[in-house]
Ligand binder design. Structure first.
Ligand code: HXC
Length: 274
């Protein structure tokens, strides 16, 4: 019998978790000005946390911070810093501590991507993505760790699923995200005794994001193909990643650290019979 067509629902974390679970907590999120990290920040703020969003474009950050504060009723400050610049990150941490007094949660989300075949990828192009994704994660952890230890807080690193196999034109991002996954595991075991957790969220195809647009030009039918072949019957939504974020930061995940959670609707397990 043919399976019934079923599309997994998209829900809000506030329908599942209590509204005030993060009251008094503070989030430091790199890449929070837009896309997936903005959605992750919004969800954490909806549960009562204040947030600092960090990025390179202060105009966009300022607008996002205003919108997030209005939408959630929690506080949000925009802080300009490039994750490749440790000094700027330390200044961003200082500004966050001066404003909110603590840091409980960190999202290492700043990332860069474009499609390029390895044969023509320049050294500088490869290095640039490694510097943003991998070194940027390392720099963010170094800048925040003292405060996260103090609050017995938690890290979430935003990775990807594309490095589980050989994804064409993604040598730079595959290498960078594999390293991020490895870094998180080390943080989990080194920092566990200090009460700090570290986990990875690996988004699959998430609709309406810059990453998805960069990887699948709107002119072709790739996005529609992702939707029709996904085992869950749809593309991912930013809310799917946001919900996983709320779970990982919540005490419901207090014995979960060093893990990688793909949020991909089962996409990575799909193998079409040949
Ligand atoms: C080949 C490229 C390129 C392209 C840039 N380069 N774009 N090479 N194809 N399309 C090369 C440049 O020629 C240069 O090398 C080097 O990369 C650095 O480029 P710059 O523009 O000088 O760097 P910078 O201004 O720092 O910009 C960084 C960037 C850019 C990554 C290149 O795209 C950016 O800022 N992106 C941020 C936003 C973003 O990418 N968001 C999507 C994230 S999604 P040469 O040799 O010429 O000097 C994501 C998810 C992944 O990461 C997983 C999804 C499933």
């Amino acid at each position: 019998m043919a399976p019934t067509s079923f599309v997994m629902p998209i829900v809000d974390s506030t329908a599942i978790f209590k509204a005030d679970i993060f009251k008094g907590k503070v989030l430091f999120c790199t890449g929070g000005g837009s896309g997936i990290c903005r959605g992750m920040t919004e969800a954490v703020m909806r549960h009562g946390a204040s947030a600092a969003i960090i990025g390179r474009k202060i105009d966009r950050l300022t607008q996002t911070a205003k919108e997030l504060a209005e939408a959630t009723g929690s506080k949000c400050i925009p802080v300009q810093a490039d994750v490749r610049d440790p000094k700027a990150l330390h200044a961003a941490v200082k500004q966050t501590i001066d404003t909110f007094g603590r840091i409980d949660f960190v999202i290492c989300g700043a990332a860069g991507n474009f499609l390029a075949p390895i044969a023509s990828l320049s050294e500088n192009a490869f290095r640039t993505v490694i510097e943003i994704d991998t070194l940027g994660t390392f720099n963010t952890v170094k800048a925040t760790i003292e405060h996260v230890r103090r609050s017995k807080g938690s890290y979430i690193h935003v990775s990807a699923t594309l490095h589980y196999k050989g994804t064409p034109y993604q040598a730079h991002v595959s290498a960078a995200k594999a390293a991020v996954d490895a870094l998180s595991a080390v943080i989990a075991v080194e920092e566990g005794p200090h009460g700090v957790r570290s986990n990875v969220i690996a988004p699959g195809p998430i609709g309406g994001t810059e990453g998805m647009d960069r990887l699948t030009p709107k002119s072709d039918d790739a996005q529609r193909r992702f939707q029709s072949t996904n085992p869950s019957g749809r593309m991912g939504d930013i809310k799917d990643v946001a919900n996983a974020t709320v779970f990982f930061f919540s005490d419901a995940a207090s014995f979960i650290t060093g893990q990688v959670l793909p949020v991909d609707g089962g996409n990575e397990h799909l193998r079409t019979p040949s």
